[in-house]
Design a protein around this ligand. Structure first.
Ligand code: CA
Length: 232
């Protein structure tokens, strides 16, 4: 029994040594537990531009990593070089496909989180409704500092620069898990899912437990509000 345990510990320890370090410029992560680190912020336009400049805006099954033809995309391409639109460098990337999100995370030396991991990082051990607690009372001034959701009473009509809501951090210190942009995650059965709500959705979809996909008929979910955050 002791030998088996020793071997198990050795294997886990050895495995931990071969985990790749995140790529430069993508290193800000939070330790959620011994098995999970999560990006501190949603992936920004600055970061996704560096990725596209390195590997190109590839298409997977006809879908581009980033939909550059969208009027809502926050990147521009000049002479073959991708760059954030003016003042958008620190805003979260949008119009990112699931394949694009997966490819970005792998490029960064990371991976997409599972839905279970995402949920754990959002609700914490106390199973909070929102990353910061159980309530978002929009009528109260402090609520405006929790999350970027529909409308401009929170200060942002569209995306907000990542890290704009210090009172909206999860118990692990992760920023913007509620609102701003939807974040890609992988379901238990390996399917693409979206978590966290966005600037174009109300507070209900900013709840940790809510899970959606691009085909959802009961909410307004489009590429202009879909981004990502990586795990490791
Ligand atoms: Ca807003």
């Amino acid at each position: 029994m002791r030998l088996a345990r020793y071997l198990l510990v050795s294997i886990v320890w050895s495995a931990s040594l071969v985990v790749a370090a995140p790529r430069a410029g993508t290193t800000e992560m939070v330790t959620v537990d011994s098995t999970l680190q999560l990006d501190l912020y949603e992936v920004t336009n600055e970061q996704i531009a560096a990725f596209l400049n390195d590997v190109g805006n590839r298409r997977v099954k006809g879908v581009a990593h980033v939909e550059m033809t969208s009027g809502h995309v926050l990147l521009e391409e000049k002479d073959g070089v991708f760059q954030p639109k003016p003042d958008a460098a620190k805003h979260p990337a949008v119009e990112v496909s699931f394949a694009g999100a997966k490819a970005y995370c792998e490029w960064a030396g990371k991976r997409l989180p599972t839905e279970a991991e995402w949920l754990m990082a959002c609700e914490g051990p106390e199973h909070l409704t929102f990353p910061w607690g159980h309530h978002l009372r929009i009528a109260r001034p402090e609520a405006l500092r929790r999350a970027n959701i529909f409308g401009d009473v929170d200060g942002f009509l569209r995306t907000a620069p990542v890290g704009s809501f210090p009172h909206g951090r999860s118990v692990y210190g992760v920023w913007d898990m509620g609102g701003n942009v939807w974040e890609w995650a992988i379901s238990e059965s390996g399917q693409p899912r979206l978590r966290g709500g966005s600037w174009i959705n109300g507070k209900t979809l900013a709840q940790c437990s809510k899970s959606n996909d691009m085909g959802s008929s009961h909410s307004y979910i489009k590429g202009n509000s879909v981004g990502l955050r990586c795990a490791q």
